[in-house]
Write a protein that binds this ligand. Structure first.
Ligand SMILES: *[C@@H]1O[C@H](CO)[C@@H](O)[C@H](O)[C@H]1NC(C)=O
Ligand SMILES: *[C@@H]1O[C@H](CO)[C@@H](O)[C@H](O)[C@H]1NC(C)=O
Ligand SMILES: *[C@@H]1O[C@H](CO)[C@@H](O)[C@H](O)[C@H]1NC(C)=O
Ligand SMILES: *[C@@H]1O[C@H](CO)[C@@H](O)[C@H](O)[C@H]1NC(C)=O
Ligand SMILES: *[C@@H]1O[C@H](CO)[C@@H](O)[C@H](O)[C@H]1NC(C)=O
Ligand SMILES: *[C@@H]1O[C@H](CO)[C@@H](O)[C@H](O)[C@H]1NC(C)=O
Ligand SMILES: *[C@@H]1O[C@H](CO)[C@@H](O)[C@H](O)[C@H]1NC(C)=O
Length: 384
């Protein structure tokens, strides 16, 4: 029991150092080792005075991979010195006991006894003891190596593609010392702003707007944050934007358009009544331009006028809309307008075309009724 005094709180000073009084087996090994070195003379009560206590530095905080120097400042009259890692002797005087090549002695003078541990790793964390013997009085002091590790994301969800309405959980696991703080955030500018201060980000009933990039950051105060990104794709069936009816004169060009938002991007089909239209047949062209399907009549004829159906579909569903190609009577001016429109329509969906519709509908509607009047009149003349 006498040996317990060596590491009593009274000798180590008040405060957290008092953990040394705990019974851990290494302590007995350490004392045994010290006794073998004759640092702890048998029968000699120790720890009566603090005057000759070796002065060790404060705890050493070091980043993983860096070197740590353990200094022990000593008084004159010291006869033996040693550094211990828990219960094992690293150095006793100038003699190296440790087999670890990373441990080297840096100063062994009358006033300082210091060693260096190179390329410190997390398992080096713990208490190190400087032990000195002065006039047959053994003294010890203790310093802790605290190893810091920069934050590192070690496991993160891979990018996902899910259907609208599903529940999505994103995971981001990080290591580091101290334990890193993990946060999630949605980077999309139009986002609902999903964010989380946890390793898991749960999105229930995911919407179209929730698609995009999500960023996980892991940080502690050791170094800059580790940041990784995850792409979330949200699939949904086509949504057709409002279409507009188009007027074209016989012999001129006519262009019908159908725009649909969808993920994955929609495929389009065009129908006139129940008849499907195909690219290259009957002087028409069907072309996909991003989200827009363009149906072009190179040389509009009377039979082309009518009601067309655009069907947009992807693996999640289909939707359709109808659009009219109607007749306009002024070939020259309408051709110009038509040409103008084709160049601007892609940039401006509801541009000058809206006006064109209104202006051209009237003559288109009047032409047949005028003809009807003429036919009725001729018919009337022949009756008499
Ligand atoms: C040194 O580190 C140990 C273990 O983390 C702690 O208990 C003790 O209070 C620290 N001492 C000082 C002086 O910071
Ligand atoms: C200190 O002791 C621990 C536990 O035995 C060991 O893992 C570590 O390598 C030692 N470090 C040095 C520098 O001796
Ligand atoms: C990442 O974490 C998930 C969930 O805990 C687990 O299923 C997966 O195996 C981990 N991946 C790696 C590379 O550790
Ligand atoms: C999504 O989560 C909600 C609430 O936790 C649950 O009610 C719903 O059934 C889940 N949906 C799916 C598709 O798992
Ligand atoms: C358009 O079609 C009509 C009748 O089918 C034809 O007479 C005319 O030459 C065609 N115009 C052009 C530019 O192909
Ligand atoms: C065009 O046809 C669709 C159905 O095929 C119908 O719902 C719509 O009313 C028609 N439009 C016109 C202007 O006749
Ligand atoms: C258009 O959609 C309606 C329901 O919205 C459906 O009944 C109809 O069959 C569809 N037409 C085509 C050509 O797909």
């Amino acid at each position: 029991m006498r040996l317990c005094v060596v590491s009593s709180p009274a000798r180590m000073g008040p405060g957290p150092g008092s953990q040394l009084t705990g019974f851990y087996p290494g302590r007995w090994l350490m004392l045994l080792a010290l006794r073998l070195l004759f640092l702890v003379p048998a029968g000699e009560p120790v720890g009566r005075s603090d005057s000759n206590m070796p002065k060790a530095m404060d705890n050493v905080t070091v980043r993983q991979g860096d070197n740590a120097v353990l200094r022990c400042l000593i008084d004159s009259g010291v006869t033996r010195v040693a550094w211990l890692n828990r219960s094992s002797i690293l150095y006793a005087g100038k003699d190296k006991w440790s087999l670890d090549p990373r441990v080297v002695i840096v100063t062994n003078s009358k006033t300082e006894y210091s060693i260096q541990i190179m390329s410190v790793d997390v398992y080096d964390e713990g208490p190190y003891t400087c032990s000195v013997q002065t006039h047959n009085h053994p003294r010890t002091t203790r310093v802790h190596i605290i190893v810091q590790v920069p934050p590192k994301i070690v496991n993160i969800s891979s990018s996902v593609s899910v259907n609208e309405g599903s529940n999505v959980t994103l995971l981001c696991l990080a290591i580091g010392r101290p334990e890193p703080t993990v946060t999630w955030r949605h980077l999309s500018p139009t986002a609902r702003g999903f964010a989380s201060d946890e390793e898991y980000l749960e999105i229930t009933g995911i919407a179209k707007e929730d698609a995009g990039e999500y960023e996980c950051s892991a940080y502690n105060d050791v170094s800059s944050a580790d940041v990784r990104k995850v792409q979330v794709i949200v699939n949904y069936p086509p949504l057709i934007l409002e279409t507009r009816n188009v007027g074209a004169a016989v012999g001129q060009k006519g262009i019908l358009q159908c725009e649909a938002y969808a993920v994955p991007s929609a495929d389009f089909e065009w129908y006139k009544e129940d008849r499907r239209l195909f690219n290259g047949l009957n002087g028409i062209q069907i072309k996909k331009n991003g989200d827009i399907s363009v149906l072009t009549f190179f040389n509009v004829s009377e039979e082309d006028y009518g009601n067309y159906t655009c069907v947009a579909m992807n693996k999640l569903g289909a939707s359709n809309t109808s659009v009219l190609l109607f007749e306009v009577s002024e070939p020259t001016s309408s051709t110009q307008i038509q040409e103008e429109k084709t160049s601007t329509i892609l940039a401006n969906w509801k541009g000058p075309g809206a006006v064109l519709d209104g202006n051209n509908r009237a003559p288109a509607g009047m032409t047949p009724s005028l003809w009807l009047l003429v036919i009725l009149f001729v018919h009337f003349l022949f009756k008499f």
